[in-house]
Every structure is written in C-alpha cells, then in structure tokens.
Design a protein around this ligand. Structure first.
Ligand code: G4P
Length: 525
C-alpha cells in the first residue's frame, strides 16, 4: 500500500526556530538521530553554515531542498522555504507546491515581516495553515494577545488546540483542549512525555494542582472557560479553506509539544488534492502521471553546469526511466535520474506518488511552471505567478563588445526564473531593469552572468520597492502617477504594463488617483 502523503512548508521569520523545529520533526521520523542533543546539533550546524558560506560564495542557495520521512504510517514531505539572505522568488514558488503550511511564530515576538509575506502567498492559494507558537520556555507575550495579532495583522481567525500554562521560568506545560489533559514541561528531561488528565474528576485535578501550583491552576481553569465561551470553535471546513488556523503552543528547542503537534497535524492536514489545469481539475488518482516544475536550481560548480528542476507530482505514479511529455514543447523526455532529497543527501528515486517532490536533471530543458505528463494527455497546470520583486536595478554590460552575450544571458536567466526582467518605456530605454525579492538573488544573477556567459555587469540600484501590474482599459501613459522618481512605467517580458513604485505610500496614492485601474501584485504568464 502507498503511504498517505502530507506535503507542507514551514513559514516563519528568521530565528523563530524553523531549523530547530524541522530537526525535531526529522528526529521523530527517524531521519536523524541527534535532535535534542544540543551540542552535536550546534556542531552540526556549524558545519552546515560553513558549507553554506562556501556555497554562498559560489552563488547558490543550498538550503532550498525537500526533506522527507515517514511517521505513523504517513509519508511526509517538508518543503524548505529559504529565508535569511537566501530569501528569493524560490521561497514563494515553493509554497505553490505545498498542500498546507506550518506557520512558526516566536512567542516573544509575534507576527514578523517575513511571516506576513509568506502568509500572503499561502492565502492566495487558500491552503490550510497550522500555527506553532514557539519558545514558550522563554518569556513570552500573553497568548491571547498573540492570537489577537494573528487576526489583526494577518486577518485569520484562530482556534487554540492547546493552551500554555505559564511561560519562561514559570512554564509548566500545555493543556490539550481536545483530550482534556496536560502535558507537563520538564526543562531538563527532554524527549520524555508526562501527560495527566485534568478537569475530569477531583482526583486528577488535585494531582495537576499540586504540580503546577494554585495560581497557575486557577488561571488555567479561567482561560479554558474563556476560550470555550469566547473563542472560535474548531471547524475543519474552515481550516481546510485556510480561514481558521489551529494554534499549538510549544518549545521546539526542548522538544516540548512537537510530537503532539505532529500527531494533530498529520490527522488534520490535507492529503494531496486535485489541481486545476486548463482541462479542469486533475485528481491525484488520475491514472496518468502528471506534475509541474516549481523551482529550478542552478549548480554553480563549473564542472557541472547542469541544473536541478524540482517537480511536484500531481497525479498517477512516477517510475524511474519513464518517458513523459513536456506539454509546452511537445517534447518526449526520459526521466532516468530523478532524485529525492533528505537535507543534503540525494538518492535516486525508483517511484514516487502525488504529493512527492522529485529533482530532475535539467540541461536547460525546463522552465518554471512546465507541466510534464505521461502519454498525450496534453493538459497544462495553471502557471506559477510572478510575485512582486522588492529590489530593482538597472543592469548593463561593462564591455560594449559583449552585448550579444549579455542579452542572451539575461534572456536565459529570466526564462529560468532566476530574475524578472522589465524594460523601461521612457528615455534611457536601452537599459534593462531586473527585479528580485532578495539580495542573494541579485548576487547569483551577477555571478552567473560572469561565469556562464563571460559578462561583467554594472548594477545600478533603483529606489523602487514594489511592482504592480496594471489592469484596466486606460493606456499606461494616461495614468496619474507621482512624477519625479516616485514611480516608473515599465513593461514585463510579456509586454504587459507594470508600474514600479517607491513604497506603499506611492501605491496608495496611485490607487486613489486612478480608481478605474487595478494594481495587481502578482501576474501569471
Ligand atoms: P530559524 O531556522 O528559524 O532561523 O531558527 P533556528 O532554528 O536557527 O533558531 C534560532 C534560535 O532560536 C537558535 O538559537 C535556537 O536554538 C533558538 N530556539 C529555537 N527554538 C527554541 C525554543 O523553543 N526555545 C528557545 N529558548 N530557543 C529556541 P541560537 O542561539 O541562535 O542558536 P544555537 O546557538 O542555539 O544553535
């Protein structure tokens, strides 16, 4: 029997604990054996970060991979969403391949900027979002105010599945609202769980009372009543639509609450569902294999110019060596060396199923959004949107003799999705403008032009932060926009009009002055 799949991404702001949580999850899956052993974890991390630095100099983001493991009869695929300096369009694109997301929040900090951006992408797809509020072993903000923030900042209702008892030095554990028990926190006894029933009879109440103390017990009883009366009830349908997020409190570092989170998550998170194509919904049990490419990662090693294209399987069964059709070109391609990933290790995969991610050797054949199908089924999955870049720069070659290579390089890297390309319509239109969402993406672009096309480029940063695709009947030059550098009209690669804006203020201004025009932050090819 094929193990049911759960394919998800963890979204968070840097330092919220994504690496730590991922390690604990891998540990439960038996994929690693060192979770909880802080020392070895630290040394392991040291090694990883050294390696990352080397890779960074070579211009590649290595952390962007897929981790897979089995737990309790499920096959789990965690899609890593690169953060820190690695933040790039890949981070967003990866979310298009996930069936759900785990939103990790630092209990002392609440909702942070990167979380908001990633949340918005999940929201676009209406995928279920599970919240893990981390670092309860440290001083934390009031749990109710954290839930309020989810609603106010992200606009999502929440339903706490468990409830913390104290925080920081006073942290005693969490109360499971469904099972009516408490899981006790033992600072120095990680990986062992002590669970006691509560609010069921006097005897069990007495035991919990004596352990957590009078005031925390009373506070817990009050909180639980309040949540029952005033909180949103659990509603699976709303969770499935991404309208309500189940919330769990815990501490990844001390491995507290992670296992029960994982168990609830596996029960509630969706299995791979149908995906929209131009011929209607394609169900995962559709007899023919199909999937789409959501990310292409270049290999910076000059000895290996190949790339890896990441494919999410949507239907049918993949088996090694099968021949598929690339729908865009009609080409038949034999997939002989597909890879699956566990952190940095890559294994050749023999077969794979809907929800799984495989890495395909790519000598330059694939583009982001490509659909691959078995036989001549000929449908195409909806494309992967372009997200508004946040950094814009004019680029030109330093060497006038290398125009041709420069244009070829820019064209190919744009096609691959490494950067977005815009051209300005006004004076100075000879310059190309590129847009990226992270600084590293820009460095990679520069590096690859030099190494793969032999072109040194000059990069002149522009002071814009947003790109908005213009929809409506007005001609772009009839728009009422802030003059003198507040905005710039450009075209994207498909010749669609786009306005680059300095900031959100400029965007609001543009919207107010042009009420009959829509300013859209994502676009589809
Ligand atoms: P990230 O991938 O989201 O960037 O976060 P990462 O897991 O690297 O965690 C960031 C820091 O937060 C790390 O500390 C980590 O140990 C700590 N941390 C993660 N989860 C918890 C938690 O539940 N409780 C507490 N108290 N700390 C947590 P660091 O000092 O930056 O790194 P390290 O030296 O401990 O490895």
């Amino acid at each position: 029997m094929i193990e049911p799949r759960k394919t998800f991404a963890i979204i968070s702001h840097p330092d919220a604990g994504k690496t730590t949580l991922t390690e604990k999850l891998l540990y439960f899956g038996g994929a690693i054996h060192e979770a909880g052993m802080v020392k070895s974890r630290k040394s392991a991390r040291q090694a990883t970060s050294d390696w990352m630095e080397i890779e960074r100099q070579r211009g590649i983001s290595v952390t962007s991979s897929v981790m897979q493991f089995s737990y309790s009869g499920y096959h789990i695929n965690i899609l890593d969403t690169p953060g820190h300096q690695d933040f790039s369009e890949d981070t967003y694109r990866t979310l298009t391949a996930a069936d759900s997301a785990v939103m990790l929040i630092d209990a002392a900090k609440g909702v942070e900027p990167q979380t908001i951006k990633l949340f918005e992408v999940c929201r676009m797809r209406n995928i279920p979002i599970f919240t893990f509020i981390n670092k309860m072993d440290r001083e934390a903000r009031d749990p109710l105010s954290l839930l309020e923030e989810l609603e106010e900042v992200l606009g999502i209702r929440s339903c706490p599945m468990n409830w913390p008892i104290g925080s920081g030095m006073d942290f005693q554990g969490v109360y499971d609202r469904n099972k009516k028990n408490v899981e006790l926190f033992k600072r120095h006894e990680q990986n062992s769980r002590r669970i006691l029933p509560v609010f069921q009879d006097e005897q069990s109440d007495g035991e919990v009372h004596s352990i957590i103390g009078e005031s925390l017990f009373e506070k817990l009883a009050e909180d639980v009543d309040l949540l029952d009366i005033a909180g949103d009830p659990f509603d699976k349908e709303k969770v499935d639509k991404g309208e309500l997020t189940p919330v769990f409190f815990g501490s990844a570092l001390t491995n507290f609450g992670v296992q029960s989170f994982l168990e609830y998550f596996l029960e509630l998170a969706p299995a791979p569902g149908p995906r929209m194509s131009d011929k209607g919904l394609i169900e995962p049990d559709h007899s023919k294999f199909s999937g789409f490419i959501f990310k292409i990662q270049a290999n910076m090693n000059p000895a290996h110019r190949d790339r890896i294209a990441f494919l999410r399987i949507c239907s049918g069964t993949f088996s090694r060596g099968m021949t598929v059709q690339q729908v865009r070109t009609g080409k038949k391609i034999k997939l002989s060396q597909p890879q699956q990933f566990l952190a940095q290790e890559r294994n050749i995969v023999e077969d794979a199923h809907p929800g799984d991610i495989i890495g395909l050797f790519d000598p330059g054949t694939f583009v982001i959004g490509d659909t691959l199908c078995e036989g001549n089924t000929g449908f195409t999955f909806g494309g992967i949107p372009h997200f508004s870049p946040e950094i814009f720069a004019r680029v030109r070659t330093k060497d006038a003799m290398k125009h041709k290579q420069f244009h070829k390089g820019v064209e190919q890297l744009t096609e691959e999705g490494a950067v977005q390309l815009f051209t300005s319509t006004g004076p100075g239109a000879e310059n190309s403008i590129i847009g990226v969402v992270g600084q590293l993406q820009l460095e990679v672009f520069q590096y690859r032009l030099r190494n793969e096309y032999g072109v040194e480029v000059e990069i002149q940063p522009l002071g814009y932060e947003l790109a908005r695709w213009i929809k409506g009947n007005k001609k772009p030059d009839e728009l009422n926009l802030i003059q003198y550098g507040g905005s710039l009209l450009v075209k994207d690669r498909e010749e669609r009009p786009v306005v680059l804006l300095e900031n959100e203020f400029a965007e609001r201004w543009a919207k107010e002055k042009n009420p009959d025009v829509e300013f859209v932050s994502t676009s589809y090819d």
